[in-house]
Design a protein around this ligand. Structure first.
Ligand code: DX5
Ligand code: ZN
Length: 226
């Protein structure tokens, strides 16, 4: 298996010094950008302009997580801002498969996410339109919540389905990922891990990223041997 992808969320970083905050995660594979509109989730973060600023501050790919209503109306702004992957919520999109095709046609990786209460089975038929699925392991809206282990069942379902159909699908997880929880997620088949507080609350965020990656890699190797 490829090296685990670690994508720190900058949601809980200090926006007054974004340049320094992004430099602190230079060991990360991607930068996870959480967009909240105060409607789809009960919290507001920032929009396309700050996303474009983040893009100017780093060469790392931007993994843009849109927790917003009517994502169709906004994707173009985030593509222009420099998104490499656009993750929208299936609960918010009128036609997820059509939006995925639109994203790919515009040259970005297409991804969907789903809330903990949304069943994955309803979306397996459109999996082929996507490069990535983001499984939420907390209720979207805030950093610092506790990991919901039962969400790993969705990861196992996705992994089995992707293998059965020969799909090149990245499975990502978001919410409550830290050194205690990352192993179980890696063993279930996750390849990309979002971590907010586990990275930014650490005294050494760059080292925290490397520790998370090593923990995921060893848990995945152990699961593959078993
Ligand atoms: C939650 C966001 C997450 C969050 C992760 O709605 O999508 O990306 O910031 O933060 P932690 O790792 O602290 O759960
Ligand atoms: Zn997120």
């Amino acid at each position: 298996m490829a090296q685990p992808i670690i994508a720190p969320s900058i949601l809980n970083s200090d926006f007054s010094q974004l340049r320094e905050e992004i430099a602190k995660i230079h060991t990360a594979d991607w930068v996870h950008v959480d967009i909240m509109d105060g409607h789809f989730v009960p919290n507001l973060s920032f929009g396309p302009d700050i996303t474009a600023t983040v893009n100017r501050l780093t060469d790392q790919p931007l993994d843009v997580h849109l927790m917003i209503e009517e994502p169709e109306k906004w994707v173009e702004r985030y593509i222009d801002a420099g998104a490499d992957t656009i993750i929208f919520h299936v609960e918010a999109a009128a036609d997820p498969a059509a939006l995925a095709r639109d994203l790919r046609a515009r040259g970005v990786r297409a991804a969907f996410s789903l809330r903990p209460g949304t069943p994955i089975e309803d979306y397996l038929d459109i999996l082929g339109e996507f490069d990535q699925v983001l499984v939420m392991s907390v209720e979207p809206g805030f950093g610092g919540q506790s990991f919901m282990p039962e969400q790993l069942e969705k990861v196992r379902t996705l992994r089995a389905e992707a293998a059965r159909r020969g799909l090149d699908l990245t499975i990502e997880i978001d919410g409550g990922i830290n050194l205690e929880t990352i192993g179980a997620a890696a063993a279930a088949g996750v390849d990309a891990f979002v971590a907010g507080s586990a990275v930014y609350k650490s005294a050494d965020p760059a080292a925290a990223v490397e520790e998370l990656r090593a923990a995921a890699a060893s848990a995945a190797a152990e699961a593959a041997e078993a």
